[in-house]
Design a protein around this ligand. Structure first.
Ligand SMILES: C[S@@+](CC[C@H](N)C(=O)[O-])C[C@H]1O[C@@H](n2cnc3c(N)ncnc32)[C@H](O)[C@@H]1O
Length: 319
């Protein structure tokens, strides 16, 4: 998209709090991205780039990111551009898009294939994804997705269940009305967080953390009081956001993004979200002192993400 770039948001280095912080680097402008004429918005220690992530990824340098975290769009379930029209009062409700499952697989595999080039060898690609309704059927998307990612060369590492604690559907009510075998439709309170890794040529390089200094490890030491309870298991109970908390139709909670970033990256590492939506990954990265890139196709969501990031950056200036 040929839109002019915004002015970089000016930031100041944060003053030290309890743990000593390292001098914060920002994601430097990517000449290749600028040359391709994407609208690119520097913000805090990262940037939001507007465009189809397939095109943007092709313009990014190879082996740039330690970690990718995202939740992909369910193309048939939410029509994001009509959601934006609804926000603007231009339509009363959105219609589902007619996308076949085969087209959707092509959409995802093209983009997660392109993502692999920009993730460092040994780096992680973590995806929040759930089964989805397609033509009246419940489709096992996360399980198919693992096979698609493995075919692209991603190594499957972990399956984490995000337990949402609040059911938004009334499926379980069916059994209450028909208390007989064959009427069991549990309420859906979980999504998957699937962890993949980019293989590395040499065995020791498979651990992208092998070269960290003792000082860096000390600064990034994890708080084990958080770990000993629920976090040590692969079921994470995290409250989902209510529609009032975020105007995007499908955000994941900041807490989920923060947990992933703390567990899989160090301060100063570069992280990317290829379907950035309201910018939750960027926001978590900004709060946790990571560098960040978010790619989002719809200008209205880019604007919304930037607004939220600007508030965070303004708060950092006060520290
Ligand atoms: C599930 S949402 C992500 C929400 C995000 N995790 C958050 O917390 O706000 C998927 C996003 O992908 C965006 N999207 C769809 N197709 C895209 C593409 N080809 N390139 C980049 N973004 C795209 C949609 O506009 C939508 O905002």
């Amino acid at each position: 998209m040929n839109t002019p770039k915004t002015k970089p948001v000016q930031t100041q280095a944060a003053k030290p709090t309890r743990k000593p912080r390292r001098a914060r680097e920002v994601i430097a402008p990517y000449e290749t991205v600028a040359a391709a004429n994407f609208a690119e918005y520097p913000i805090g220690h990262g940037r939001v780039i507007q465009g189809d992530c397939l095109d943007v990824l092709r313009a990014l340098p190879a082996d740039e990111f330690v970690l990718a975290f995202t939740s992909p769009p369910y193309l048939n379930a939410i029509n994001y551009s009509q959601h934006v029209d609804k926000l603007k009062g231009q339509v009363a409700r959105w219609e589902r898009e007619q996308v076949s499952y085969a087209e959707y697989r092509e959409f995802l595999t093209a983009r997660f294939g392109a993502l692999q080039r920009v993730v460092k060898p040994g780096g992680y690609n973590i995806v929040n994804i759930a089964p989805v309704g397609w033509n009246g059927e419940r489709v096992a998307l996360p399980f198919h997705f693992v096979a698609w990612m493995e075919a692209l060369g991603w190594k499957f590492r972990e399956d984490i269940i995000w337990e949402k604690s609040i059911a938004r559907d009334r499926r379980s009510g069916v059994l209450l009305q028909h208390p007989f075998p064959g009427y069991y439709y549990p309420s859906l309170v979980s999504e998957y967080v699937l962890v993949f890794q980019k293989p590395a040529a040499k065995k020791d390089r498979e651990n992208i953390y092998w070269f960290r200094s003792a000082e860096e490890k000390k600064r990034n030491e994890l708080d084990l009081s958080e770990y000993q309870g629920e976090m040590s298991k692969n079921v994470w109970k995290i409250r989902p956001l209510s529609p009032q908390e975020n105007t995007h139709p499908a955000p994941f909670p900041l807490e989920l993004a923060e947990r992933i970033l703390k567990l899989y990256s160090y301060q100063g590492d570069a992280v990317i979200d290829i379907f950035a939506g309201s910018g939750q990954t960027n926001l978590a990265a900004e709060r946790l002192e990571r560098r960040h890139v978010g790619i989002e196709i719809l200008p209205e969501y880019v604007k919304y993400a930037l607004k939220r990031l600007e508030a965070q950056v303004a708060q950092e200036r006060l520290i």
